[in-house]
Design a protein around this ligand. Structure first.
Ligand code: URA
Length: 239
């Protein structure tokens, strides 16, 4: 017997957290009865349905990396009809993005229909390095660079910066292009970090996620992760 939300995630329907939301919203039925208890347990023989649709237990897991263009939203659907990261991947599987990049951020984002994998990648203890290139509306001072490397506090938590360097400095335009590697996944975290110093991020791109980098994918292109890469990411998550 396994917890219902875990089973829903394991079948690739959605992440465990979203499955919990669905249960709370009374959208989940087991053997024809609405379940409201988050702790409910089910066996492999139970028939689970969500919004009246029975979960197909033969779902194959799929894993993709996408080079997200600007003006694409990191969600499955969008109420105002904007293009989503899921729209860019040609598959019948119910995939969703792992974490999010802002609407105006470009770069590497993973998508899957494997709830366990998504959970492992997003776990707060998870220390996968994410590297970003950011164009700033200001040339940073030595003191500011030092402060970033030491760790700026955002929303009462220090952002651990693993690597930081100024890649290009334009004194005429008063802009810096920097490369920054962090290990966490809070929303808007890079923009918030610079905001603490009164600096705006003009352009942001994620160029690497762990050992994966975006180099061989043009904007809007994607590819499946290899089994080796999936195993390696899992191994990083379990460290
Ligand atoms: N940090 C941000 O501010 N935005 C992103 O899209 C990703 C990280």
């Amino acid at each position: 017997m396994e917890r219902l939300q875990k089973v829903i995630a394991a079948y690739g329907y959605t992440s465990r957290r979203k499955a919990e939301d669905l249960i709370k919203k009374q959208k989940v039925m087991v053997n024809g009865k609405i379940v409201t208890e988050l702790g409910s347990k089910v066996s492999e023989h139970d028939v689970i349905s969500i919004d009246g649709v029975i979960i197909n237990k033969d779902v194959k897991h799929e894993y993709y990396m996408l080079n997200k263009p600007r003006s694409v939203i990191s969600s499955v659907t969008d109420e105002s009809g904007r293009i989503t990261v899921v729209d860019l991947v040609d598959t019948e599987a119910r995939i969703y993005p792992i974490g999010r990049l802002d609407y105006d951020t470009t770069g590497l984002i993973l998508l899957t229909n494997d709830g366990d994998f998504a959970n492992a990648m997003m776990h707060p203890r998870m220390e996968i390095e994410k590297t970003y290139i950011a164009k700033l509306d200001k040339v940073l001072s030595k003191e500011e660079i030092l402060a970033i490397k030491k760790g700026i506090t955002v929303d009462k938590r220090i952002v651990e910066v693993r690597r930081f360097k100024v890649k290009k400095r334009d004194l005429d335009k008063n802009t810096d292009i920097v490369e920054i590697t962090i290990v966490e996944g809070r929303n808007h975290i890079i923009k918030k970090l610079f905001k603490e110093l009164g600096v705006n991020v003009l352009k942001l791109s994620r160029i690497a996620y762990g050992f994966l980098d975006v180099k061989n994918l043009k904007s809007g292109e994607y590819r499946k992760l290899t089994i080796k890469e999936i195993k390696k990411l899992y191994a990083l998550a379990k460290k």
